[in-house]
Design a protein around this ligand. Structure first.
Ligand code: PLP
Length: 444
């Protein structure tokens, strides 16, 4: 048989063909059931096969599916922007629609640079990010990503943006211990700014809870307050990459609400459409929009499908579904329940070094030695093995590896749809229990 016409993540691998999904379950054409314990890529927030969304699609498609944003606007896009602005904190009142999380963070980068240009400040063109971060795969977004594994092939094309240490207390990059450290990683941002010169820096970007590169790393409570103060001191914008954490995933609409810190720009994606359509957004503050409106009046970005009415109608229906079934609240309650159960597994298996998370963005980090926190060698492929064991038992979890050079960082994300129930969590944890037991035997 020849090569498949569809380019898949790993060439030559056999991927099951999915026939349908319902709630937290997916079914392949052979009749196998999978518990979607990762919401795909932390995306299917309202679960699969929701009828209300199919109806909203049809209702919009009957009228019009596409208009070009330079020619028309639409009720659906206007209503979605208003809805997001109403949920967003502070003066984050204006929304730019794009099609993926990468485009949302890249638009944030461009808006930040433009904000200073419009004021005649042309040297502020760099964005500081953090090691152990992921902001997307397009070149601008990848330039901001502290993810060696995903950067390495393209380093010559990437901007050499500076990176601060991440608030990764379990494996502190500064070899400090919280709380004695005084959250030195946040102070380090100030050192970097002073070294490079504040006149060079437009923004600092961070995931409120680090996802794909670290496995639900939650910062200390003081961290973002300190970061906000440093940004303000040096006239640097704060971009919150809420592509993974936003839309109720952590038990609040936006994860930054956990610390009452208001960013200048928020990037959204994934859960915004819950996977029912490719749509993402960059939410921008009045402070920035006032400057652009008084200047060129044109936010210099845009894609053919930006503000697509069909996609906007879908996202509106997703948010209405979340409101109707109080999914934010369920994420907070079920997240606690899930972490408690995962902690029980931690007592049972020494290779579980850390269990952490906020709401239903939960992570498990695996280590060779739970006392010294020594990681496994890269060659042990701990996460690959666990993923494949879980898969054969009908459970999907998400790999969170590769965020730190030369360190396997063996973490997974356990992040089911926000509709998940206690019984379903118990089923997931039972499969994880059996899978980690099997993994332990393999590693001995
Ligand atoms: N930002 C964060 C925090 C992400 O987790 C991701 C994807 O995993 C992205 C940006 C990129 O989003 P997309 O894959 O939709 O381009």
């Amino acid at each position: 048989m020849g090569r498949s016409h569809l380019i898949k993540p790993v060439l030559g691998n056999n991927y099951p063909v999915i026939s349908h999904g319902k709630g937290i379950y997916l079914y392949d054409k052979e009749g196998n059931q999978y518990i979607d314990g990762s919401s795909g890529a932390i995306t299917a927030n309202i679960g699969h096969g929701v009828h209300e969304i199919a109806e909203a699609m049809w209702n919009q498609a009957k009228h019009v599916s596409f208009v070009y944003r330079s020619q028309f606007t639409s009720d659906a896009a206007e209503q979605l922007a208003e809805k997001l602005a109403n949920y967003a904190p502070g003066d984050l009142n204006s929304v730019f629609f794009v099609n993926s999380g990468s485009e949302a963070t890249e638009t944030a980068l461009k808006v930040a640079i433009q904000y200073f240009q419009e004021q005649g400040i042309v040297t502020k063109t760099k964005v500081i990010s953090r090691w152990t971060s992921y902001h997307g795969i397009t070149l601008g977004a990848l330039s901001m990503s502290g993810h060696p594994l995903r950067r390495q092939r393209f380093t010559s094309l990437l901007e050499d943006f500076p990176a601060a240490p991440a608030p990764y207390c379990y494996q502190c990059p500064l070899n400090e211990t919280y709380p004695g450290c005084g959250v030195k990683c946040a102070d380090d941002l100030e050192n970097i700014i002073q070294t490079l010169g504040p006149d060079q820096i437009a923004a600092f970007i961070a995931e409120p809870v680090i996802g794909a590169s670290g496995g639900a790393i939650v910062p200390p409570d003081e961290y973002f307050k300190k970061i906000r103060a440093v940004c303000d001191k040096y006239n640097i914008l704060l971009i919150a990459d809420e592509v993974m954490t936003g839309m109720g995933r952590t038990g609040k609409m936006f994860a930054m609400e956990h610390w009452n810190v208001i960013p200048d720009i928020i990037a959204l994606g994934k859960g915004m459409s819950a996977g029912y359509t490719p749509m993402a957004a960059t939410i921008v503050s009045d402070r920035i929009m006032d400057v652009i409106e008084a200047g060129t009046k044109v936010v210099m970005s845009g894609h053919t499908f930006s503000a697509n009415p069909q996609s906007a109608a879908v996202c509106l229906a997703v948010i209405e579904f979340m409101e109707k079934y109080k999914l934010q609240e369920n994420a907070a309650a079920m997240g606690e329940y899930l972490v408690n159960h995962l902690q029980r597994l931690q007592w049972k298996y020494p290779l579980i070094g850390d269990v952490r998370g906020k709401g239903l963005l939960c992570g498990i980090e695996f280590v060779k030695d739970p006392i010294t926190r020594e990681p496994f060698e890269l060659s042990s492929k701990v996460v690959d093995r666990l993923l494949s064991i879980c898969f054969t038992k009908g459970l999907l979890v998400y790999p969170a590896v590769g965020g730190v050079t030369g360190f396997s960082g063996d973490s997974i994300l356990v992040s089911p749809p926000l509709t998940v129930t206690k019984e379903q969590i118990s089923d997931m944890v039972d499969i994880l229990d059996q899978s980690i037991s099997e993994l332990t035997t393999q590693l001995i």
